[in-house]
Design a protein around this ligand. Sequence first.
Ligand code: SIN
Length: 310
Amino acid sequence: MFKDFFKYYKSKEPPPDFGAVIDFKKPDYSKVRNILPDVNEDEGVAQGLKPIKEWKIYGIISKPGLIFIENPFTTLGQQYWITRCVRDYSSKPNKTNLDLHNLFTKHENWWDECSNSAERARTLLPKLRWATLGYHHNWDTKEYSENAKDSMPEDMMKLTRCLAKVASFHDFKAESAIVNYYRMNSTLSGHTDHSEVDCEAPLFSVSFGQTAIFLIGGLLREDPADAIFIRSGDIVIMSKSSRLRYHGVPRILAADSTPWESESSKDITQMKEKFSDWDRIKSYICESRVNMNVRQVLRPGQTSLDNNSP
Ligand code: SIN
């Protein structure tokens, strides 16, 4: 049962044995297989990605439609997307879990407030849990609405369009996203993502920072689950018969590598010029994980939730 696997990997005492966790850095070909990209040319490749011919793409044999792309980002790409998640996607017009608490005036936002005072940062940094973008996911009704919608960031749309093409989904359109923010003791319990009108369209899950144990189960809570290591830059695509599987994050582990760290001084200079607060963002990501969970809400050709055609 999903919850037994969740409890097992969450446990601190006794600690779990991670031996059965699927590790795409050491692929076990009795469980996983290679997938070839559907496009090879880099035309239209989104911000911060390596050339497609260098990507390693896998499927899990027992979970058709579940696609794993091992970190296809350059170092600068990692820095770019981490900065977007931490500094930008946590700001207005996006909604966050902090909105209900009236912590900021109209002109303040979480990241600026954390940057302004070390004292404020200590209490505020761990409090951010999620931000919603585009069609805002309503956590109570689990429904989207035309009355709770903002525009999606162009770069996120372009990134997922590119990932979709590589994975043979040629008409994907990013219309909603949840950015999840995890500290080292955070978890995300088992759930399915079924609020979208179009549950045929794939869901893209792009993670940065510390490592997660990601659990992917079946269509029912009673089904068993596989555990996967997800490291910084790794991408999970849930599609076809895996689109509605139970999934969750029972544990965050300290990263075994830091692919967001530049070694070349040229990169460091370029990054400092582009993002003046990279040093602070780097300290945040050294004890956090961020996950962009991007969905299509409408059916292809449908223009609004109020209009059910075609
Ligand atoms: C989610 O399912 O919403 C997030 C999964 C993750 O953080 O990897």
